[in-house]
Design a protein around this ligand. Structure first.
Ligand SMILES: [Zn+2]
Ligand SMILES: [Zn+2]
Length: 370
């Protein structure tokens, strides 16, 4: 099998070959069809991220995370081989699957309850602590993490479901009870999505499919070009945060796009010091701010407003196994439009990571395997 591995920060990924692994007992081996290239892969390659409080997180300081690492947590492919002890999983050779990437250790009390986000070894997931999809074969130690992909979902869309898909699905279902309560009591609700990039557009489509139809969905971005795509895809209104506007004007303009002074729920896919501080001021009483974007510094909030209006602020990090199962069912029946794709071969991944770093990647980077 061929794979591309991070051996040292910023060094070109090492392309090497090794034997196709045996499927372990209880697990399967997948022949990769497509594998997404994500910003998290870039962070690993750089081996450090700013936590926003002055501290820096280094992957290689985690005890069980060691270079070389085969990145890639957005994996779609077919079942190549099946290990023993797989009774009840119903996998067949050749089945189309996507991998639930956030499996963590798989056997602690948290993992057993589908709460792997809390696993003490939660970096033990595909493309981080265990080998991922920058390879034409991937071992899935627990067969339940290889979820069947219906024929109606192309592989290219399928491989996005375990990362951008699951994250936005988790965000929308996190705000959903708040939105439903406002619709129940007031007959309507307003939701703001911050960022009209890949995550924002996924979020828009999922929100339209999952939230009550009385919900007004608005997207904010710096770029009116990106917002034009959001309008084409059915958002009810958009707000351009134009350069040169004062912060007060931006906040007033944004609030005016909501209802009665703002938004009942906000999903911030950018989540920097600027956007987070800004949109907190656009929340209506009893509203919820879901923070999704990573590594954006730290925000400033009025603590009395938070208390007096019983607002909720919550973080949303990827999602659980059941989220991915539900999302696959949803995508199979809805016509979701994926973001534009930018195809690479395995030996071009270092170039792809450089494009992500420079911000020159147009659309979503994806490795196509033969
Ligand atoms: Zn990802
Ligand atoms: Zn665990």
């Amino acid at each position: 099998m061929k794979r591309a591995q991070i051996t040292k920060a910023y060094e070109p990924l090492d392309l090497n070959e090794t034997k196709i692994p045996e499927a372990p007992a209880g697990g399967v081996v997948i022949k990769t069809t497509y594998s997404g290239i994500c910003h998290s892969d870039l962070h690993q390659w750089e081996d450090e991220v700013s936590m926003g409080d002055g501290s820096v997180f280094k992957f290689t300081e985690v005890e069980y995370y060691k270079f070389p690492v085969t990145p890639g947590h957005e994996i779609a492919g077919t079942i190549y081989s099946i290990g023993s002890n797989n009774a009840g999983m119903n996998h067949k050779i050749g089945d189309r699957v996507v991998v639930y990437s956030w499996a963590a250790c798989g056997h602690c009390k948290y993992c057993d309850e589908d709460w792997s986000n809390m696993c003490p070894e939660r970096l033990r997931c595909y493309g981080f602590g265990i080998p991922g999809g920058y390879a034409n074969f991937v071992v899935v130690p627990e067969a339940k993490h290889a979820l069947k992909l219906p024929d109606s979902i192309p592989f290219e869309v399928g491989c996005m479901l375990p990362c951008s898909g699951i994250t936005t699905y988790n965000a929308v279902t996190t705000i959903k009870p708040v939105v439903e309560r406002f619709v129940k009591f007031e007959g309507k609700a307003s939701v703001l999505i911050v960022g009209a990039g890949g995550l924002g557009l996924w979020s828009l489509q999922i929100a339209k499919a999952v939230l009550p139809k009385e919900t007004k969905i608005v997207i904010a971005d710096l770029s009116d070009e990106k917002l034009a795509v959001a309008r084409e895809r059915g958002c009810d209104d958009t707000v351009v945060w134009k350069k040169g506007m004062t912060e007060e004007d931006i906040i007033e303009l944004t609030k005016s796009k909501g209802r009665d002074g703002g938004f009942d729920a906000i999903m911030d896919y950018v989540n920097t010091s600027v956007t987070s501080t800004r949109v907190f001021k656009c929340l209506r009483p009893n509203g919820m701010l879901a923070m999704v974007g990573l590594f954006g510094g730290c925000g400033q909030y009025s603590l009395p407003s938070m208390v007096l209006w019983s607002n909720q602020v919550t973080g949303v990090f990827v999602g659980k196994l059941h989220h991915l199962q539900e999302l696959i069912e949803l995508v199979a029946t809805q016509k979701l439009i994926p973001p534009p794709l930018n195809y690479f071969k395995l030996d071009q991944v270092t170039d792809a990571l450089m494009m992500l770093k420079k911000g020159t990647m147009r659309g979503r980077g994806i490795i196509k395997f033969d």
